[in-house]
Design a protein around this ligand. Structure first.
Ligand SMILES: [Fe+2]
Ligand SMILES: [Fe+2]
Length: 268
């Protein structure tokens, strides 16, 4: 029984969707999906159904693309998040709003914590003021579609939404207690020094928040899973394993290997 992870399936891409239909079943294993499944509700639900049929349990944390505003009745911002939570629940997938599942398969028993923490532009150089961060990024051609498509409503900004999410999640983590080993699943890396973007270094402001810098030691996190960067890697900090598990857009992975080759074993 293995705990597997992937993220950034980007199923609005036809090639990625086709590849997912060809994924074999792993009936004993759990899968955590660290966001960016699809913008559109139909693709999102279809993708989660395919995954649910192939794994014993599926746990989802949202990515920015899942929250992008699309035409249709689902609304924007917090409303779209809640709508996707309901879609996930309807197909039997665990969301950040549900009780945490406890992993008791291979490795140490651990609580699996899917989170939705967002970003607050604090992953920027200290000498760049917040008000200049977009301009600073654009100077080296880094732009993020979120500026147009990820509405923070009813919050005044994505930063404010991020801070609200971090506070609420901290309370739940504190309730679990420090002694409980945890696996955190978040679309974004928890630390600024984990942002590796060799092609677009100035994309970092859209990649997380310094508020979570010490969560791995503060909350006894054994493995922290993230995506978003589309740069797969493994890092270690203070004994915690950090796994970036993106699949990415079709040109960022090898279709001949199939999606199964990109499932990362994250058993603690
Ligand atoms: Fe992505
Ligand atoms: Fe993303």
């Amino acid at each position: 029984m293995k705990l597997l992870a992937i993220s950034d399936l980007h199923l609005n891409s036809t090639a990625n969707m086709q590849a997912l239909t060809e994924l074999p079943a792993f009936p004993d294993d759990w899968l955590v999906v660290a966001g960016d499944i699809a913008e559109s509700p139909d693709r999102f639900r279809e993708g989660l159904e395919l995954l649910r049929d192939r794994f014993a349990k599926v746990i989802w944390a949202p990515g920015n693309h899942d929250l992008w505003t699309v035409p249709g009745p689902l609304g924007r911002g917090q409303q779209k998040y809640e709508a996707f939570v309901e879609l996930a629940r309807a197909v039997g997938v665990i969301t950040p709003e549900d009780p945490y599942a406890v992993w008791t398969g291979s490795g140490e028993p651990s609580v699996v914590v899917p989170t939705f923490l967002l970003y607050d532009y604090s992953f920027r150089p200290d000498d760049v003021p917040l008000g200049k961060v977009i301009e600073w990024a654009r100077a080296e051609r880094a732009v993020c579609g979120d500026e147009l498509l990820l509405d923070p409503a009813p919050f005044a900004s994505r930063s404010e939404w991020c801070h609200h999410r971090c506070c609420a999640t901290e309370l739940r983590l504190e309730e679990l207690g420090i002694e409980v080993p945890k696996i955190i699943v978040n679309h974004y890396p928890l630390r600024r020094d984990l942002v590796h973007l060799p092609r677009i270094p100035r994309f970092s402001p859209w990649c997380g928040t310094v508020l979570t810098e010490n969560w791995h030691t503060r909350f006894n996190v054994r493995v922290a899973v993230s995506g978003h960067l589309h740069v797969r890697r493994t890092d270690w900090r203070d004994g915690t394993r950090f796994e970036e598990v993106s699949l990415g857009y079709p040109w960022q992975w090898d279709e001949r290997r199939g999606i199964a080759a990109y499932l990362r074993d994250i058993s603690p």
